[in-house]
Each structure stands twice: as C-alpha cells, then as structure tokens.
Design a protein. Structure first.
Length: 212
C-alpha cells in the first residue's frame, strides 16, 4: 500500500507542468501548440529561449526530487521514494490536468536519480552532458542516460526492485522518444541550437504578410 501511495504522491507532483506555466506567464501561450508540442526543456528553449528553458529544467528536476524525498520521509522507506519517482514521471508525461499531454520526463528522471542516489544522479548527468556536447543531439544524450540508469542501479544497489524500477523509467523514456529514435536512425534528428521550427514559423508569417 505504501508503494501505491508513493506513486500517487509522485503523480500529483509530476502534474505540475513547468513549461506550461512558464509559457502562460511569459507569452500567454500554450507551449504545446508550438515547436514540437512537448512540455519539456528542449521545446521550452526552442520556443521561449534559454533562460526559460533553464527554468523549465529546474522546475521539472525539482518536482521529482521533492516527490522522492517527501515520500521517503513520510514512510521512512527509500524504495517508496523510488516509487514516488515513477509516479512523478507518469504525472509529467501524462498529466491528468492537461488531457494527458505532457513531456518526455528526462529532467524529472534526473531528479529521481539524484534523490534516490546522488552518485547515480551525478553520473547520469555527466553522461548526458558529455553525449550532448560531443554529438549535439539532446535526444541521444537522454536515451544513453536512461539506458545507463538500470546498469548503475545494479552496480550501486544490486536489489532487483531498484533495477526493475530503473528499467521502468528507461522504458517510459524510450517510449516517449520513439520518434526521436527513428529520426536519429534516419539522420534527420535536429541538433542542439537548430532553429528549424522557428524558421518555418517565420517563413509562414512572411508568406502571410506577402498575401495581404
């Protein structure tokens, strides 16, 4: 029962959508209608800029950390905190208050990892950052990071329940990145800093002006 309550607590935290709130407050827009339509850091950067992208990352990261730590304290059981982390990712990816259209859960996954085991969290952050720096693909960094999570759960914990939960988070992320994986394999994935969506929107606006 405590594990289920942990998931529910985490889900409520996860439903706090930083990108949606920032979009509404900054430009009075629903960010899901712009760029990739994703409620996450990358799309926030693309649509709102780096400053608000950083705020989005921090908010999504922090809500996952809070969900895990609060559940740990409430039940005095670290594994319940991990279940809350699962719930936080579910809430972020499929928020009930926004018709289940959320993000991909990468910043929140890093938050879960950091709260469950800070060493694992730091290693995963480093892996993701290095991958993005070398290859310039945010999605590739996220994919490699989540694949590494179960391996580190085995190395640092060794308990089957920790490994299974890490595998669940990996499965969530890979599912949400299925389109990115296809684009990576076909060589059509956008690299970091690419302005494809913005250029398309600007061209469309220019065409509208020329018609008037």
């Amino acid at each position: 029962m405590s594990r289920l309550i942990g998931v529910l607590i985490g889900y409520l935290f996860g439903c706090f959508q930083t990108a949606y709130i920032v979009g509404e407050l900054k430009q009075k827009i629903d960010i899901r209608e712009y760029g990739s339509g994703n409620l996450g850091t990358t799309n926030a950067i693309r649509v709102l800029g780096w400053k608000f992208g950083a705020i989005t990352f921090l908010g999504d990261f922090t809500k996952a950390v809070a969900a895990v730590l609060i559940s740990k304290l409430l039940f005095d059981d670290p594994i319940v905190g991990f279940y809350a982390g699962i719930g936080a990712i579910m809430g972020h990816n499929w928020p009930v208050f926004l018709k289940f259209k959320g993000g991909k859960g990468i910043a929140s996954t890093l938050g879960v990892a950091m709260a469950v085991n800070p060493i694992i969290g730091l290693i995963l952050m480093a892996i993701m950052a290095i991958t993005i720096y070398i290859f310039r693909y945010v999605s590739l960094g996220a994919i490699i990071m989540v694949i590494t999570f179960p391996i580190l759960a085995y190395v640092f914990h060794g308990e089957i329940e920790y490994i299974i939960l890490a595998l669940v988070l990996m499965a969530f992320a890979l599912f949400r990145h299925s389109a990115n994986i296809k684009r990576l394999l076909s060589g059509t994935e956008s690299k970091i800093g690419h302005k494809k969506d913005i250029v398309v929107e600007e061209n469309a606006a220019q065409e509208d002006e020329s018609v008037k």
